[in-house]
Design a protein. Structure first.
Length: 317
């Protein structure tokens, strides 16, 4: 998105009579409430305005999507796609846009084979988003678990339901872009406090999407090593589409009480070991690493006896 970032004089509030019912429906179906929509100051711009401000919706232009430039050039058909409307989520200053959700008249295919629905302004660097309802005092309290959520839109939903959270743009949005997922963004450092429980709350596709899984495991390793935090993996149940997010989960009658009962897995847990296995090579060395990750805490080998032993409550057998 390369147009102006100040929407205070461009968009209209979501309760305005000119707002498309489909745009309101989109937010309500994803766990937002009219109260949370108003509190976050979501803005709406119509199709012609979106097209005028962001002419990149014509094929052949470049989008900034997930931090990468995506070229959608179709020289064979010369076809175009046009925005029907856009929902804008501003940063708390109510001037600079954090992210925009654009709806098109046809499906637009992005780098990962899906429509580039969420776009950020060029040059802003995909900054983390802190929902307005979040207490800055709580953000700095190491006794309170912190959830980092892979979408500012989803973070608004989670915060409205009582989660202490920060939104980032995509599962890799917690990392400095130039570090290949090895360094955490500096804007997040002050919240990653020693001994604090932190969770990169990904969608349910962490089990099937290699990129998401890599981001999760790298995040857990980095915050444990560099910040001495206590990272956990929270497994969101899949509601059927394979990509259930926290917004979908809350929209499907999820509550804060139910959320507290969802399983959490520490960095040294067997579940995390199994997730790591999926990243290992299918070689003899890779298979041995998989075995250690899954069974290293329970199994021992004795080369003198040429035997393996597994731990039981009564000892190794």
């Amino acid at each position: 998105m390369s147009g102006p970032t100040n929407f205070s004089k461009i968009g209209v509030p979501m309760h305005d009579k000119t707002v498309s019912k489909d745009a309101i429906k989109y937010l309500l179906e994803r766990g937002h409430t009219r109260k949370s929509i108003k509190a976050a100051n979501f803005q709406y711009i119509d199709g012609p305005t979106t097209e005028r401000l962001y002419p990149a919706s014509v094929r052949g232009s470049n989008w900034v999507f997930g931090g990468e430039v995506n070229t959608t050039d179709d020289e064979t058909t010369g076809a175009c796609y046009w925005p029907l409307w856009a929902i804008i989520l501003p940063f708390p200053d109510d001037k600079t846009v954090a992210v925009a959700r654009i709806e098109y008249d046809v499906a637009v295919i992005g780098n990962d084979g899906e429509p580039p629905k969420f776009l950020t302004p060029t040059g802003l660097g995909l900054l983390p988003y802190i929902p307005k309802s979040i207490s800055r005092k709580d953000l700095l309290d190491p006794k309170k678990p912190l959830f980092i959520i892979e979408s500012p839109f989803k973070a608004v939903v989670a915060a409205s339901r009582g989660l202490l959270c920060i939104g980032v743009n995509g599962h890799s949005g917690v990392f400095e872009p130039a570090t290949k997922r090895s360094e955490i963004r500096p804007e997040l450092h002050k919240y990653l406090i020693k001994d604090r429980e932190v969770c990169l709350l990904t969608d349910a596709d962490v089990l099937t999407n290699l990129q998401v899984r890599t981001s999760l495991l790298n995040f857990m390793d980095v915050v444990a090593a560099d910040f001495k935090c206590k990272p956990v993996y929270l497994a969101l149940p899949d509601l059927g589409d394979g990509k259930t997010g926290i917004d979908d989960w809350f929209a499907a009658d999820g509550t804060l009480k139910k959320f507290a009962k969802l399983p959490r897995h520490a960095r040294d847990s067997k579940t995390i070991g199994q997730l790591r296995c999926a990243l290992m090579d299918l070689t003899e060395l890779g298979l041995s690493d998989r075995f250690v990750a899954m069974h290293g805490a329970d199994c021992r080998s004795d080369p003198r006896l040429d035997a393996w032993f597994s731990w039981t409550t009564a000892g190794y057998r």
